[in-house]
Design a protein around this ligand. Sequence first.
Ligand code: AHR
Length: 348
Amino acid sequence: MHGRRTAMWVWPLMIFLLLACNKKEAGLPPERTPDASGQTVVVTAEEPSSVTVSRRPITLGFSQLGSESDWRNANSESVKEAAAEAGIELLFENAEQSQEKQFEAIRSFVEKKVDVIAIAPVIETGWEPILREVKQAGIPVIMVDREMKISDQSLYVTFIGSDFYEEGRKAGKFLRDYMRDEPGPIRIAELKGTEGSSPTIERAKGFRDIIREREDFEIILSEHANFTVEGGRQVMEQFLRERGGEIRVLFAHNDDMALGAVEAIKEYGLRPGKDIIIISVDGSRRALEKLAAGEFNFVVECNPLIGPQIMQAVQEIMEGRSLPKRIVSSETVFTQATAAQELPNRRY
Ligand code: AHR
C-alpha cells in the first residue's frame, strides 16, 4: 500500500523533469509570450530542477513629436498616466518637432527590444523606411494623434486619433451659420499649424470644403504659425499690419495660436470676438475661458486624453487580438454659451 502511494506521487514529478530536460536538450530559447492578461511571461529552463516563471511588464516605446501646445502637454501626461495605471513600462522620447529625432528614438526602441512602438508623427511624409526597419524587428506599431501617409498598410496595426478633416468642417459650418445674415464680402485670416502635418492639411481642407458654399467668403491671409502662442501672436501682428482693417474672421488651427492672436488683436486696438470673429480648435482650459468671456466665438474640440485607448490597444496587440485599422476619438464643439458649463471639467 505504502509502495503504491509513493509510486503515484513520484510519476508526475518524473514526467515533469523529463519534459524540462527535453526542452533544454532541444536548445529552445526562453519563451517570451504574452499571457491572457497581456503581461509578458518569461519561462526559463536552466536546470531541470529549477524551472522559473517570472512576469515582466509590457514595454512600450512612445515617440512624442514635441511640446508645442497645451494640447500636446496634456497628451503626454495622458500617455504617462495611462501607462502607469496599466502597469506598462513606458520609454518616452520627446522629439521637439524634429522628424530626425523621432527616427533616432524609434531606432533606440528597436535596440531595446520593446514590445510595441507608438508614434505621434510631426509631419505626414517620410516614414516608410523607418517603419520597414521596425517591421523587420517584429515590433508592432501604433500610429497616434497625427497620420502618416504610407502606401504599405501592413507597416502599422492601428491609428488612434481625431478626425482632423471633420474638425475643419465643424469650424466652417459654424462660420457659415454665424454669418447667415451678414452680407459679404467676409474676409478670413487663417493661422495654420506645422507645415506638412496632418492636422494642418486636413483642417484646412475641411474648412474650405464648407466655406466654398458661399462665394463671398474669402481667405485673404493664410500662414503657418506652428501651433504655438508665440507663432500665433507674431503672424497675427503681421496680418494686421498688412490688412488689419479688412479681417472679419480668424480661423486658427489650434487654441494656442488663437490665444497669441488675441493679444495681437488687442494691441492693434480691435476687439477679439466682436470686431474679429475667432474660431479655434482643441478646447483647452485657457481657450474655454476666453470663449466664456466672449473673446473667442467657437472652439472645435480635439481630445488629447487618448492615453487609456493607446494602452488598451497595446494590451490587445500583446494578447494577439486584431484591432480596427482606425480608432477615432469622439469629440464635441463649444460655443460661448456652453464653455462655462464645461470649464469645471477641463483637465488641461
Ligand atoms: O495633432 C494635434 C494638434 O497638435 C493639436 O490641435 C495642436 O494643439 C497640437 O499641437
